[in-house]
Every structure is written in C-alpha cells, then in structure tokens.
Design a protein around this ligand. Structure first.
Ligand code: ADP
Ligand code: MG
Length: 239
C-alpha cells in the first residue's frame, strides 16, 4: 500500500517575472515501510519536497495524499493534527533546545498537550532504542554531533508517526557516525516506519540502495527521476 502519493505536484515561489519552480509536475508513490533517499544539487527542491510532505508548506497545485489524507486541502486545525500524528521531522542542524536535557528535548513536541508520566516512560524507551538510554539527564549542549542527531531522531519518534522525514541526517557528522545513524534509520524502517532521507552523501544513497527496503530517487530543477544524470553528481555546496 502506498502511504505517500504525489500527483502532478508543483510548488512555485514568487510572482510571474521572478517565479521559481521549486517543484515541477512531480509524481511519486512511496509504499509503507520503504526507505527512500532523495539526492540532488543545492536548490533542486529537496527541502521543498520534505516541507510539503510534512505539511509545513502547501503545494501550488497537484495532490499530496498521505495515509489516504489529501493534505493539500486540509484546514489548519487538521493540519496540526496531521503534523503531530503522521510525520516526524529531523533537521540537519538538529534544532535541539540547549538548556534542556536529552529527555526533555525528546518530550518537546508534547509540551502543548501536557506531559504525563507515561510520556516520560515512552521517551525513555525511545532513547533506549536510539542508543541514548543512559544519557537522559545530560544537557544536549554537551553531546557530540552523532548523539545530537540521535536525540533529534528520538524526538521525531515521540508521537509514533508512520513516516519519518530526515533532512540531511548525516550532513554534520563524520562518516563512521553517519553510518551508525543510517543503520539506526534502517532499523526503524525494518520495524515498519516509512523513511524519506534527503542527502548529499553518495555513501548514504549506497547503503539505502543495498537494502531490500531501499530506493534512491534524484531531483533536479524540481523534477524527479529514478536515475541520476551526470551533472547531478557535480553539486558543490551543502543546503
Ligand atoms: N520560501 C521560499 N521563497 C522563495 N524561494 C524559495 C523558498 N524556498 C525555497 N525557494 C527556492 O526554491 C528552490 C528549491 O529550494 P529547496 O527546496 O530549499 O532546495 P534544496 O533543499 O534542494 O537545496 C530554490 O531555488 C530556492 O531558492
Ligand atoms: Mg535543503
């Protein structure tokens, strides 16, 4: 079953004369439990795609159907419910709150709803899964990059979403640490999560391509393809 279906999705920024087609007639289907990497040069539309899937941005046209819900046409109240229940997001720069400890950071998405004892228990269980079970009271400012990314992944899992959207999860990490993060994400997919990983790193794409649940797709000028063209390998900066 496809958990994500994009039908002829375009996203245009700006007015006619200055318009930028960040996504251009994109069609995509992702089945439950699959791991997709999205590779492409800076400015090709990777973050726009993730933001639309995370309902943080709306498409200009086309349909975005996630778990049977057409998220392009939801009222704001339903959208916040969608963001809470259906998707977990991790960001390249982690966006952890430096004055809170590890456990508190994982609980941040639940703050608006009030934190219960069972939430703390669940956060502890998730921290065990991501390998930080013994660091719950550490200040996040004291953590390494790899540990910070693990906290960010734990935070994305706290609402038990079906889909994890990861923007450059290894972007700020050395290659060994990056590999262990991808292994963790693969473990989550093996437990049934659907993962979409935006990456610049061919090693990440290689690991995912080698996995039975994995698939690589490429994006350039807002258009998706199953195969890279030569110039897609020639990106020079990180976004
Ligand atoms: N909020 C915005 N306003 C105007 N242009 C934007 C906005 N967000 C992204 N863009 C443009 O859309 C294109 C795709 O951006 P983005 O999705 O961030 O690319 P990537 O993540 O692949 O680097 C770029 O040309 C970028 O400048
Ligand atoms: Mg980006």
């Amino acid at each position: 079953m496809s958990v994500i279906i994009l039908k002829d999705v375009s996203k245009v920024y700006g007015e006619e004369r200055t318009e930028i087609k960040a996504l251009y007639h994109v069609d995509l289907e992702i089945e439950e439990g699959k791991i997709f990497t999205v590779m492409g040069p800076s400015g090709s539309g990777k973050s726009t795609l993730l933001n639309i899937l995370g309902a943080m941005d709306k498409p200009s046209s086309g349909e975005v159907i996630v778990n049977g819900i057409d998220i392009g046409n939801l009222p704001e109240r339903k959208l916040s419910e969608y963001r809470k229940k259906q998707v977990g997001f991790t960001f390249q720069n982690f966006y952890l709150l430096p004055n809170l400890n590890v456990l508190e950071n994982v609980l941040v998405p639940l703050v608006p709803y009030g934190i219960k004892d069972e939430d703390r228990k669940r956060a502890q269980e998730i921290l065990d899964i991501v390998g930080l079970g013994d660091r719950t009271t550490s200040k996040v400012s004291k953590l390494s990059g790899g540990e910070s990314q693990r906290v960010a992944i734990a935070r994305a899992l706290i609402n038990d979403p079906k889909i994890i959207l990861a923007d450059e999860p290894t972007g700020n990490l050395d290659s060994e640490t990056g590999k262990s993060i991808i292994e963790l994400l693969i473990k989550l997919a093996e437990k049934g999560k659907t993962l979409i990983i935006v990456t610049h790193d061919p090693r990440v794409a290689g690991m995912i391509a080698d996995h039975p649940l994995g698939k690589n797709i490429w994006i350039k000028d807002g258009q998706l393809s199953d195969e890279p063209t030569y110039d897609m390998y020639c990106w020079d900066s990180k976004t």
